[in-house]
Design a protein. Structure first.
Length: 595
């Protein structure tokens, strides 16, 4: 085991142990509280509780209670309690947890003859202070927990077992580390995450909004966000045409038999919106584009000479997500897929996948993402198709990854029901990993839709089909992009590229002249003509994260130049208007990440 994995394992032990300490503290401070589950998670832990109703009808636990719980946790840690593992029979365990309804439910689901593991917290004298159902592992003693290296972070609601029909519990989140230095570094990281939160920046930069009263999980793109989306989509289309793709547009609804035939209705019905009846037929708002692309394929006979066909679509789809998991742009109910399907012969498949990988890596680097890793997902338990076909497809994907020199890990059982896949995960400016690109093999739909092509030998054969999304969805990609750049976008996608700022009202006409000339060169320009003070105007433009601020006064008007300030406070040499236009347009056309 590598040192990194050992450290991660050690942290998981600590965090799981701290979660038990927290539960012990909560039940001491709030008698009558019922305990649910409390695992370690990435960067921390949580525990779910059901608190007794408060006498005044107020929330039984609020954020202001967390310091008191932390103080009690430190007292427990300082008492140097042992974590002791014991085994009990089902009947013994049920008797011991008779007053804990959530534990009782979990126990009753286990086979009657299964020994049940419990961890007890015992003080120095051996007396049991607290106990919980748990497989472990834990640290041996609370002395291994640094009482200055944990913090309770927040409170949230959580349905028992994620079921909206079950009791709503109170979840307390915390973080724990080996040393106070590690905790401080993590809290500083969270501060930076908060500064870059796409929901906050989306509002501050006037990029998009969500209106719960009009429909949860649906995105309203504002003019600033719309300008960015147009720039991204235009670039996307240009690259696709250069890489041999054709662009499709397909309907937003279709008869339910499309998804019955594809198999999606049987596997993903819970994420599809209910059908509507039209002309005595059930129609479904589309959750994915692939059956429509197949319809176009089947519109006429295909020869091996026609293949490969590379068809792409920015297709808006709708999928039901529970309200509790919706999250800004990152988890929505309506989104536009950066979607494509490739239909090819078996001999072409490996080369096509390699081309998709090359395309994807190029695209991510243009947007400033260079730390990319591949994950090769294998057959899940619930799947279709012969094992031999899965093995062949998986090997094709593996060869393509290897040929492109990508690091990869296996994602056992992570494939779709209809084929193995490659997922590409990128790391953003804060080192967070995001799963974005998917290259999905499919030998299910060609069979179900009876897709064929005539091969060189005159025989009808099945084409191979690849589902491919590079950016994933525009909404989620936009959220990641906002956080990666902290809202300070490269000039080529910035909603406002240039602000022209006259030093006084007398130079407004010159500012208007500059603005008109730059707009004529297709730059996105605003003229700051209000009567505010110069420094206030500059500060406002910096807050809007505009890449270039052109400050103009008497000298600039006399010489036909502009003084150039960058949003980070740096200055460029003064330039003629046309010279600056050429400079900025070059930055835009080359997708330069620097100003």
């Amino acid at each position: 085991m590598s040192d990194e994995k050992k450290n991660q394992e050690r942290l998981a032990f600590i965090r799981h142990s701290v979660s038990h300490v927290m539960a012990q503290a909560v039940t001491r401070l709030f008698p009558g509280t019922k305990v649910a589950i409390g695992p370690s998670i990435e960067n921390g832990f949580y525990y779910d509780f059901q608190f007794p109703p408060s006498a005044d009808g107020k929330a039984p636990l609020v954020e202001e209670d967390l310091p008191a719980i932390e103080a009690e946790m430190k007292r427990i840690i300082d008492s140097k309690q042992d974590f002791v593992q014991i085994e009990l029979s089902r009947d013994e365990t049920l008797k011991r947890f008779a007053d804990e309804p959530f534990k009782t439910e979990l126990i009753n689901e286990l086979p009657a003859d299964t020994p049940i593991i419990i961890y007890e917290n015992r003080d120095a004298g051996g007396a049991i202070q607290w106990a919980d159902l748990c497989r472990g592992p834990h640290v041996a003693n609370t002395r291994e927990i640094n009482s200055a290296a944990f913090k309770l972070m927040s409170i949230a609601g959580a349905y028992w077992r994620g079921d909206e029909n079950r009791p709503m519990l109170t979840r307390i989140y915390g973080t724990a580390w080996e040393t106070p230095k590690d905790l401080k570094a993590y809290l500083s990281f969270l501060e930076e995450v908060e500064k870059r939160d796409h929901r906050r920046l989306g509002k501050e930069l006037d990029l998009y909004s969500i209106h719960e009263e009009a429909g949860a999980g649906l995105i309203y793109w504002h003019p600033n966000g719309g300008r960015m989306r147009v720039a991204i989509e235009n670039f996307w289309r240009t690259l696709h045409y250069r890489n041999g793709y054709e662009i499709l547009y397909t309907p937003h609804i279709g008869k339910s038999w499309l998804w019955e035939t594809s198999g999606h209705l049987g596997y993903y019905k819970g994420n599809m919106y209910s059908p509507m009846e039209i002309d005595n037929q059930d129609y479904i708002i589309k959750p994915m584009n692939c059956p429509f692309h197949i319809m176009i394929y089947k519109n006429k006979g295909r020869s091996y000479r026609d293949l490969p066909l590379r068809w792409a679509e920015l297709g808006t789809v709708y999928r039901y997500e529970r309200s509790g998991v919706l999250h800004g742009l990152l988890r929505v109910r309506g989104f536009t897929q950066d979607d494509a399907h490739i239909f090819c012969t078996p001999d072409q498949i490996e080369g096509e996948i390699r081309e998709v990988l090359r395309f994807s890596l190029h695209l991510w680097k243009v947007f400033g993402f260079k730390d990319i890793k591949a994950y090769l997902a294998t057959k899940p338990a619930d799947s279709v198709g012969e094992q031999s076909r899965w093995d062949t497809a998986l090997e094709s994907l593996r060869k393509a990854i290897t040929a492109e020199g990508l690091d990869y890990e296996m994602d056992e059982g992570g494939g779709a029901f209809y084929g193995p896949k490659i997922d590409l995960k990128i790391k953003d400016a804060l080192g967070r990993e995001w799963q974005m690109t998917t290259i999905q093999f499919d030998f299910n739909e060609p069979e179900r839709f009876d897709m064929t092509f005539v091969d060189a030998d005159g025989q009808h054969k099945r084409p191979y089909m690849v589902h491919r999304a590079l950016l994933g969805s525009l909404e989620r990609f936009f959220g990641v992009l906002i956080e990666h750049f902290g809202g300070a976008f490269p000039a080529w996608i910035a909603p406002e590229q240039v602000a022209v700022i006259p030093v006084a009202e007398g130079f407004n006409e010159y500012a208007k002249k500059i603005t008109a000339e730059l707009k004529a060169r297709d730059l996105r320009v605003t003229a700051e003509l209000d009567d505010g003070r110069l420094n206030a105007k500059i500060r406002e433009c910096q807050n809007r994260k505009i890449p270039y601020m052109l400050v103009v006064g008497q000298r600039e008007a006399d010489e036909g130049t502009v003084s150039i300030r960058l949003r980070d406070g740096r200055q460029l040499p003064a330039m003629k208007i046309a010279e600056f236009a050429d400079y900025a347009i070059n930055k835009v056309n080359t997708q330069d990440l620097e100003l």
